[in-house]
Ligand binder design. Sequence first.
Ligand code: HEC
Length: 158
Amino acid sequence: MTGPVTGARRSAVTATAMLILCSALLGACGVPRYVPVSAPDTRTRIFLSRKESEDLRRGMRSYLESIQGIVDAAGENDMARVAKRAEASGMGMVADVSPAIITRLPPQFIVLSIDTHHKFEQLAVEAARNGSSGRTMDRLRGILANCTTCHSAYRLAP
Ligand code: HEC
């Protein structure tokens, strides 16, 4: 294909490349294990610029907004809205990540991060096709396990 690459196509290409990278990394290094909050704080510190930290925190808050929206909509059996809220944190977000930040993040962090976006994407696709509140809660459980696993393993350096 020789036509201009649209934003949407570029996002899809980046997201696919990220998924392949993610699978390779997953095989190479595995993912961190969940450690309860009550345990001593042994989280790995991540060093980012102020702007990168702000971007990361903003992305986190939109995860949380998605979850609130998904739970709200699932409670009302509104699967179209579940899909919309989940899509907001789907693979499209990965395409916005700057390549520079990736070089400063531990591989396992990137794996968990991409896997989380992928899980939101899967939830969105399923909700739009033939979803139910029960299936949504199942998938949300997997997503929340990623949130707590990563938070128990990493923190931003002050
Ligand atoms: C790949 C790792 C990773 C995953 C997955 C992850 N987080 Fe985070 N999150 C972090 C880190 C690191 C911080 C910064 C913690 C610190 O140092 O204060 C953070 C901070 C946050 C914050 C605080 C934002 C702020 O403005 O300070 C919220 C809210 C949050 N995460 C929600 C979530 C939710 C909800 C999920 C799951 C859908 C999630 N996170 C998944 C790594 C992750």
